[in-house]
Design a protein around this ligand. Structure first.
Ligand SMILES: *Cc1c(COP(=O)(O)O)cnc(C)c1O
Length: 449
């Protein structure tokens, strides 16, 4: 019984996979506030041209630069595990596999794109990056690789997470980044939010506004986003590409692929390489798992909306709960985003991928069950995928179907033990679906496109 399926360094992917090449319809373009498609120039104030080219590329394969592969080798290829113990605990005939991205220095999948973004910015002569972070996974990833490429990093950290996860802040500071609780009074965007709500818990959308504003107003500073954008999902495809080789080694192939979904980057990274097979006729189901209190795909509108709260970014056609919706302060901070990747959104709209929403308490219950069976303590975000996988494995027990289930264990939960503590002491709650707040935010959609 093989438990851990490894690849050699020489088997690490040399190219990223661009799903656009296999989508039945070209992605819809981002629009400016006038409703007209924007050109590459509109983005060049905050991104290097190399990343803008990847953002609009329809080439199937894009070569991973050697210096990026060298940094990847610190933790890649990451292991694929067969969850024998969890299968036994569930008494399911299903086979469960998971790819473990918690082996990166920052503890999640996010360094896969942080390395690439730092590299391309450095090549373009940029020496400073501004960014946002939710739970701190993205900020710590960028802080870590900033050191490797000689780039200074400033992180706007969502205030509720800044308070819930102080050690994530310490990590970023250890790697030399400056961390500010967002909303701050240092940017026009932050001041605008604080004027309306001095006690604002912050949100990813607000923190993005602050970081974009700073990058746009300083020549030496660019902006880096940890999810959502096409080039971010592209970089994350190392996950699924490695997983496919690992499945080949054991002569298996998933019937269903699951990943937690915030902005869609680890879902895209794990699932898109399998979408290539689906597009070629193979039967494989791809399932994005999101929080019931921030149910972007399952309850949002498919419309053009801003990527940030204040309205500084181009408009993207995506599932959205409204750019000024502030999601409840759930402990899976990485999933508190009002929108979703345009690529994930379009594939969902066309019925080519699926989505489910799960409530917070049930995700922690699943995470604890997983940790007791498999040993690894998952990040609260990852617990969402685990919930959906356990539910499917239980259905297999009822029906007797021996499906092969695969999920992305996007990160470990070592800096989230405060959240686990709350779960154990019964203080963790399920938030009602925030219908009124979402209704209101949806009234503020820009109404173009
Ligand atoms: C950020 C994060 C997520 C969700 O973000 P995506 O953009 O949807 O990938 C999931 N898991 C972990 C551990 C994260 O840090």
């Amino acid at each position: 019984m093989q438990t851990k399926i490894l690849l050699d360094e020489s088997e690490m992917p040399t190219q990223w996979y661009n799903v656009v090449a296999d989508m039945p319809n070209a992605p819809l373009p981002p629009l400016g506030p006038d409703g007209q498609p924007i050109g590459p120039d509109a983005l060049s104030a905050i991104f290097p041209m190399s990343l803008i080219e990847q953002e609009v590329s329809d080439q199937r394969w894009i070569t991973i630069p050697e210096p990026v592969r060298e940094v990847y080798q610190l933790w890649r290829p990451s292991p694929l595990y067969r969850a024998h113990q969890l299968e036994a605990a569930l008494g399911t005939p299903a086979k469960i596999y998971y790819k473990y991205e918690g082996v990166s220095p920052a503890g999640s999948h996010k360094p896969n794109t942080a390395v690439a973004q730092a590299y391309y910015n450095r090549e373009a002569g940029i020496r400073r990056l501004a960014t946002e972070t939710g739970a701190g996974q993205w900020g710590s990833s960028l802080a870590m690789v900033g050191q490797k490429f000689g780039i200074e990093v400033r992180v706007y950290m969502v205030k509720v997470s800044y308070e819930q996860k102080p050690f994530r802040r310490s990590m970023m500071q250890t790697w030399g980044a400056e961390v500010l609780p967002s909303p701050t009074d240092r940017t026009e965007s932050g001041r605008q939010i604080l004027a309306k709500d001095p006690d604002s818990p912050g949100s990813l959308g607000i923190a993005i506004s602050e970081a974009v504003e700073e990058a746009a107003s300083r020549d030496d500073t660019n902006y880096a986003l940890g999810s959502v954008l096409n080039h971010v999902l592209l970089h994350q495809t190392v996950i699924g590409l490695e997983a496919k080789k690992q499945f080949e080694k054991v002569g298996d192939y998933p019937d269903m692929v699951f990943a937690p979904c915030g902005g869609g980057s680890n879902f895209g990274g794990a699932a898109f390489p399998f979408f290539a097979d689906k597009a070629a006729g193979k039967a494989v189901r791809l399932v994005a798992v999101e929080p019931a209190s921030c149910p972007t795909l399952t309850r949002g509108h498919y419309a053009y909306d801003f990527g940030d709260s204040v309205g500084l970014t181009p408009l993207m056609k995506m599932y959205t709960l409204g750019h000024d919706f502030v999601p409840p302060g759930i402990h899976a901070g990485g999933l508190r985003y009002h929108g979703d990747s345009a690529l994930v959104s379009q594939l969902y709209n066309e019925g080519l991928i699926e989505a489910v929403a799960v409530p917070q308490l049930a995700t922690f219950e699943a995470g604890v069950q997983f940790a007791r069976a498999e040993g690894i303590i998952p990040a609260p975000e990852s617990n969402h995928a685990i919930r959906a996988v356990i539910d499917e494995a239980n259905r297999c027990r009822e029906s007797g179907e021996a499906k092969t289930l695969f999920f992305n264990l996007s990160g470990h939960g070592h800096f989230d033990m405060g959240s686990y503590d709350k779960y154990f002491s019964g203080e963790l709650e399920d938030f009602e679906y925030p219908a009124e707040a979402i209704d209101q935010a949806l009234h503020h959609l820009p109404g173009v496109g």
